[in-house]
Design a protein around this ligand. Structure first.
Ligand SMILES: NC(=O)c1ccc[n+]([C@@H]2O[C@H](COP(=O)([O-])OP(=O)(O)OC[C@H]3O[C@@H](n4cnc5c(N)ncnc54)[C@H](OP(=O)(O)O)[C@@H]3O)[C@@H](O)[C@H]2O)c1
Length: 284
């Protein structure tokens, strides 16, 4: 028997009751549930559990939804945006996946401990950690306060250290753990009005490289460095400047970032790398 499967049949979890050949595009999968096969493409994230920090809105939200589309159950961490986080959870559960919104300030060890304890007790495993939560604001160097410096280093860098460290036990148990950190072009280019931000994101890149060695071979650790990713309501100045400089002459959309996250979530032989998703902006 040959069954042509569609995206929606994958999302709803197609199960065959007798041996079958499944055609996915031009690829044929022979499945037999009586031997324990499940009728989804090998590269699906079905059965995986993902935690996305700062996932109520914008990039984190789109990544959480995309991971669910790819088959994963998803924990949606948020700090202040409870209603938006619950909306993301509702969208994920409507796809037939499990999801939960869990509040927590990922720059605080106690909150991170409680977050991972909830993941363990409610989901029983963790396969993918996406360290997305972050903060971005300008400050002229002479005026940059110690408090602003500490805040951005804590939210952008220390949070990724804490979440990765506390999640290590569960990710190791997964057998194929993935950590995906959010860096930025600001970690590669020197922006004088964003010294604090650039230093925090450069730190993310080195954290990624060190953790890739420290946590191998059970866990891969990679980073994504987005260029300007536009959302409705963003101030137009940053986008205009980016478009003028980027060879591909546009800002990125959330789908550009989602694709990179999914690639890293599925890749068993890539670690310690930074994928720059910037329309070529760093070439200029
Ligand atoms: N957008 C871009 O163009 C761009 C470019 C380069 C890099 N990036 C990086 O990509 C990631 C996502 O970008 P974005 O623009 O979507 O980010 P964003 O809107 O600035 O922030 C995303 C979320 O982070 C959460 N957050 C902040 N501090 C937190 C904390 N201490 N604990 C838990 N959550 C916290 C917030 O959650 P609540 O709303 O719940 O408080 C917020 O919704 C960030 O790491 C950012 O630096 C983005």
């Amino acid at each position: 028997m040959a069954v042509e499967i569609t995206k929606s049949s994958i999302l709803s979890g197609l199960i065959c009751t007798s041996p079958a050949a499944i055609l996915f595009g031009e690829v044929r999968y022979d499945v037999d549930v009586r031997k324990g096969d499940i009728a989804v493409p090998e590269k699906s994230l079905s059965g995986k559990v993902a935690l996305v920090t700062g996932a109520a809105k914008r990039i984190g939200r789109s990544v959480a939804l995309r991971l669910a589309e790819e088959g994963a159950d998803v924990i949606v961490n948020y700090r202040h945006s409870k209603d938006a986080a619950e909306e993301v959870v509702a969208q994920i559960t409507a796809m037939g996946r499990r999801a939960a919104a869990i509040q927590g300030d990922v720059a605080k060890r106690a909150d991170v401990g409680a977050l991972l304890a909830a993941v363990d007790s409610d989901f029983g495993r963790l396969d993918i950690l996406v360290n997305n939560a972050g903060m971005f604001f300008p400050a002229k160097f002479e005026d940059l306060t110690e408090e602003e410096w500490d805040t951005i280093l804590e939210v952008n860098l220390k949070s990724q250290f804490l979440c990765s460290q506390v999640a290590t036990r569960l990710l190791r148990q997964s057998g194929a753990g993935r950590i995906i950190n959010f860096a930025s072009l600001g970690g590669l280019l020197a922006w004088p009005a964003y010294t604090h931000y650039c230093v925090s994101k450069a730190g993310v890149i080195m954290l990624t490289r060190c953790l890739a060695r420290a946590l191998a071979p059970e866990i891969t650790v990679n980073a994504i460095a987005p260029g300007t990713i536009s959302f409705p309501g963003d101030a137009p100045e940053l986008a205009e400047d980016f478009i003028r400089r980027a060879p591909l002459a546009r800002t990125g959309g959330p789908e550009d970032i989602e694709d990179a996250v999914v690639f890293l979530a599925k890749s068993p032989f890539v670690t310690g790398q930074v994928i720059v998703v910037d329309g070529g902006r760093t070439l200029t």
